[in-house]
Design a protein around this ligand. Structure first.
Ligand SMILES: Nc1ncnc2c1ncn2[C@@H]1O[C@H](COP(=O)(O)OP(=O)(O)OP(=O)(O)O)[C@@H](O)[C@H]1O
Ligand SMILES: Nc1ccn([C@@H]2O[C@H](COP(=O)(O)O)[C@@H](O)[C@H]2O)c(=O)n1
Ligand SMILES: [Mg+2]
Length: 216
């Protein structure tokens, strides 16, 4: 896949595919905000966690490998994750994708760039204090196997150690857009809307501590 839709090749009309990544700690509200963004701004919402859970539910060998990793709060190898994501993107007739929960580490970034030859337009970071994320996950009640305190703590550690370096990569490229996600759903969406309405020009100034979650 490249940054132009396959079906447009040969017609002389090549449509550029727009990608926005949405990242943030576990429970920062990625899924909640993505649903609203998709509805209001016409994006196709793909949750990478959901794609991995679908693979688990398919009963495949890859699915049982993913299940063990998820239970431990760890990250699935990027070649597996990116191939599932690439397949889902190819199946959708869309030129605007909102990719929820990706990238989670620098390997995710490199594998995505290598396999798809695409880059995100920008990356939305939902920046939320850890105690608030923990409260939200413990009361989510959706039956997720990883919503227990042991796995939640492991997921926080992975976020700090593996995801934040990927956040910093996009910050250094001027592609990071950060919102305070510790507020109510409606208030967070107001900040998110401002970013999606302004598009490219709404850049954040680099800061020493790019993330509230850093201050534990
Ligand atoms: N701003 C908010 N204020 C209070 N509760 C929220 C807010 N945003 C989301 N929630 C609730 O917190 C829980 C986690 O939200 P959500 O599933 O959107 O997070 P997430 O970032 O996608 O988490 P995960 O990484 O585990 O998939 C849900 O029960 C959701 O309804
Ligand atoms: N890029 C990713 C995304 C997710 N995972 C694994 O799935 C779990 C759940 O993800 P959510 O986005 O639904 O929270 C996550 O804890 C990882 O185990 C992944 O490996 N790589
Ligand atoms: Mg989610």
């Amino acid at each position: 896949m490249d940054s132009h839709k396959e079906g447009d090749r040969g017609s002389g009309k090549q449509k550029k595919v727009k990608i926005v990544f949405v990242i943030g700690g576990p429970g920062s509200g990625k899924g909640t905000q993505c649903k609203r963004i998709a509805q209001q701004f016409g994006y196709t919402h793909l949750s990478v966690g959901e794609l991995l859970r679908q693979e688990i539910n398919s009963g495949s060998e890859t699915g049982s490998m993913i299940q063990k990793i998820m239970k431990e709060g760890k990250l699935v190898p990027s070649d597996v994750t990116v191939r599932l994501l690439q397949q889902a993107m190819q199946e959708m007739d869309s030129d605007k994708f909102l990719i929820d929960g990706f990238p989670r580490n620098e390997e995710n970034v490199q594998t995505f760039e290598n396999l798809t030859k695409m880059e995100p337009e920008f990356v939305l970071l939902l920046d939320c204090p850890q105690d608030e994320m923990e409260r939200r996950l413990l009361s989510r009640n959706e039956g997720r196997e990883d919503d227990n305190i042991e796995t939640i703590r492991k997921r926080f550690k992975v976020f700090m150690e593996s995801t934040l370096p990927a956040v910093e990569y996009y910050e250094s490229k001027g592609k990071l857009r950060k919102v305070d996600a510790g507020k109510s759903i409606d208030e967070v969406f107001e900040s998110v809307k401002a970013i999606f309405s302004q598009g490219k020009d709404n850049k954040v100034r680099p800061s020493r501590h790019c993330c509230k979650c850093l201050i534990l």
